[in-house]
Design a protein. Structure first.
Length: 450
């Protein structure tokens, strides 16, 4: 009777954890049950999903000669099964004749057969496939892991659907485009990006033509800010001038001669000695359409100069340590000439909920067509859910942890002393007062009044 009561209590606790705290349930009960289920069902599931190969001819001949049963089809060999905080990682060695695409196409059937929430497949190397299995919906309540692989200019900003961390690596993907409809979660994604960059040695430059309501609360960590198109034009042209100065510094430090080894020849700021290396710059543009729209001839001239400066920074800025983050609701040819040229330079693409397929094609139509349908299927109630892709054609569902504006302001205030002084951007340095007290509330719309 005592054992029965213990079993009932354990089952009740497991059920409660699975309902209220799926992450705790997975670490305490789910991982062991899932591992046993995968190992027991492995051969049967692989055979049912068509992921086996027939036995070799010599096995069939040997069976006929010895009058034994015909050997069964062989599934891929399990190299390793590793539990994680969100699921299981199964590494398989493919049999001759198998292809990694077969496993990618069968992930939905494997998910149902193994009784797990989700499975993604990727090829590690020739003949080796890795299945990342998640035991619960990790994007429903995003919890970033404690240990993160942080490096200079590599920022963890979101969690992927397979439980891994999504990083914004500026050295690998210099420029990015973020699209999304109103109330889709772009602002939260941008706050996570700024909060992640704040502790690093980097100059943040912002253009927020919504009178600065998104970026100006974070002004203490920004080296330059603009809140209208006229100031934005001056700021962008100052950045172009700064880019030219950095290239002159790199050219002066190259020291190209027959006696200089290749490893000592500088081609960008990261090849320079640390004491001479200029501080990298990240330019964040909120609602890029406000920079491209015009209603008069004078505004059209200003718009052309703005787009030209952005295209120059996107084409030439990487080696000078200038990186672009462009945000908007739409980013197509209807914004005028030069926009598609600019979009072609934005390698990293992130799309939150979009209202139409045309907007999704603006983000992924030229790099990852398979992601277009996923981008327009994001439900309105899951704010912050997004599709992230790059020029390789791969894409992932991601979701950034919710960061309030107050939390982002506190992080920027904490690291305000790290704000570098860039002489070319000094005229655009935001004027800020003393750090407000802890009781001052700051919301997305306006400061609260007593």
């Amino acid at each position: 009777m005592a054992w029965f009561m213990v079993a009932v209590v354990v089952a009740a606790v497991a059920g409660l954890l699975r309902w209220r705290r799926p992450a705790w349930y997975w670490l305490s009960f789910g991982v062991a049950l899932a591992a046993v289920r995968v190992l027991v069902r492995y051969s049967t599931v692989m055979d049912a999903c068509g992921l086996t190969v027939p036995p070799a001819r010599w096995r069939l001949a040997l069976a006929r000669m010895t009058n034994r049963e015909v050997p069964e089809s062989r599934p891929p060999r399990v190299l390793r099964m590793r539990p994680t905080r969100t699921g299981l990682v199964l590494r398989l060695k493919l049999r001759p004749g198998q292809d990694a695409f077969d496993f990618a196409a069968a992930t939905d059937r494997l998910r149902h057969s193994f009784g797990l929430y989700g499975i993604t497949s990727r090829e590690i190397r020739s003949g080796v496939v890795e299945l990342r299995m998640t035991g619960y919906d990790v994007l429903k309540r995003v919890q970033m892991p404690v240990r993160l692989d942080t490096r200079p200019m590599r920022i963890p900003v979101a969690l992927r659907e397979d439980g891994s961390v999504h990083y914004r690596d500026y050295r690998a993907v210099p420029h990015g485009l973020t699209l999304g409809a109103t109330e889709s979660g772009k602002s939260v994604y941008q706050r996570n990006l700024v909060a992640g960059l704040a502790p690093h040695r980097v100059a943040l430059v912002g253009i927020d033509c919504k009178q600065g309501v998104e970026l100006f609360p974070l002004a203490r960590r920004f080296s330059a800010l603009a809140d209208n198109p006229n100031t934005a034009l001056e700021l962008l042209e100052a950045l172009v001038t700064h880019m030219g100065e950095v290239y002159r510094l790199i050219r002066a430090q190259q020291r190209i001669s027959v006696a200089v080894p290749d490893a000592e020849i500088a081609a960008d700021i990261w090849d320079l000695p640390e004491d001479l290396r200029p501080v990298p710059v990240v330019l964040l543009v909120d609602e890029v359409a406000e920079l491209a729209l015009y209603a008069s001839k004078e505004e059209e001239k200003r718009r052309d100069r703005i787009v030209t400066a952005l295209v120059r920074l996107a084409q030439l800025g990487r080696a000078a340590g200038i990186y672009l983050e462009i945000c908007g609701q739409r980013f197509g040819s209807e914004l005028g000439k030069g926009i598609t040229m600019l979009r072609a330079q934005l390698t990293g693409r992130t799309a939150h909920r979009l209202n139409d397929e045309t907007s999704a094609n603006m983000a992924f139509g030229d790099i990852a067509p398979d992601a277009v349908l996923a981008a327009i299927q994001i439900p309105a109630e899951t704010r912050g859910l997004a599709i992230a892709g790059d020029s390789t054609g791969g894409w992932h569902r991601i979701r950034a942890p919710h960061t309030s504006l107050r939390q982002a302001v506190n992080i920027c205030n904490k690291h305000a002393h790290r704000t570098p002084d860039v002489p070319a951007l000094e005229p655009f340095r935001p004027s800020v007062g003393a750090v407000p007290g802890a009781r001052v509330r700051l919301t997305k719309t306006s400061p609260s009044t007593a």
